[in-house]
Design a protein around this ligand. Sequence first.
Ligand code: C2E
Ligand code: CA
Ligand code: CA
Ligand code: CA
Length: 279
Amino acid sequence: AKDAGRNNYQFYAQDMNARAMDRLTLESGLRRALERKEFILYYQPKVNLVSGEIEGMEALLRWQPPGQKMVSPLDFIPIAEETGLIVPIGEWVLRTACAQYAAWKNAGVNVCRIAVNLSARQFMQQNLVEVVSRVLHETECDAAGLELEITESIIMENPDAAVETLRTLSNMGIKLAIDDFGTGYSSLSYLKRFPIGYLKIDQSFVRDITTDADDAAIATAVIALAHSMKLQVIAEGVETAEQLQFLRDHNCDQMQGYFFSPPLPAEQVVKLLKEGRGL
Ligand code: C2E
Ligand code: CA
Ligand code: CA
Ligand code: CA
């Protein structure tokens, strides 16, 4: 038993070591990724569940270090957040997404709106509003074309500061959405204070929506309460016709997910829109 214990320890120590190495490699790689232009944005359509039409595109970040596999944002955003690198990276995302939106619009490609994810660290920057205004101006993107997605935990961390920032952004004409709704701590009545237009039901509730009574109840309640507060609801991670039907039956407003389309590179978005495909 003693031996086994020691082996376990060694295995564990080795594992930790490997992970620490990965982290360092990841961190130094991330530090250079912006100047080396290794980031790309993919875009995933948001589709209206009643009209079947595309009503927006969410920009999702990808990292492609040369000669390596594409790195998922789930693997590098936490490190970018800890090191503060998320601030310049996030500004790059905002600028690139707004510039893409303006370019599509100039080319007669109508994507309605572009949605950008904001991290906690970014949201807490004193000059966030200034950065957003400057980027909109420089990219000639209209504020009404921009939607910002933030998580409820970002808001709940400092509600008084958040409400002020959100009001300023909303007054500029920017749409605001609460991402991953239901996974953090918040209450719908509290959200009433915030100028939010959309709630996104997290994909962890959508996954088993047709088989798990709890998940179905949560989704149904979120939709009903959101509507009573004049908010629209988007379901994320919709993969099957059954999930789609459930959401339609329960008056969810929009969907996103592989069932309609995975996140796509910009060229493929244009193709999709030219085909005029709807739900
Ligand atoms: P999120 O904002 O909740 O984005 C939804 C994630 O679900 C995306 O993963 C998307 O590709 C994936 N997804 C879409 N449809 C489906 C589906 O039908 N089934 C399943 N299983 N997954 C689906 P992705 O692109 O890997 O991004 C993961 C997370 O990384 C995002 O979650 C977001 O929190 C973060 N992220 C991505 N881009 C950015 C960014 O530019 N800035 C910040 N701060 N965070 C970002
Ligand atoms: Ca999101
Ligand atoms: Ca999510
Ligand atoms: Ca359950």
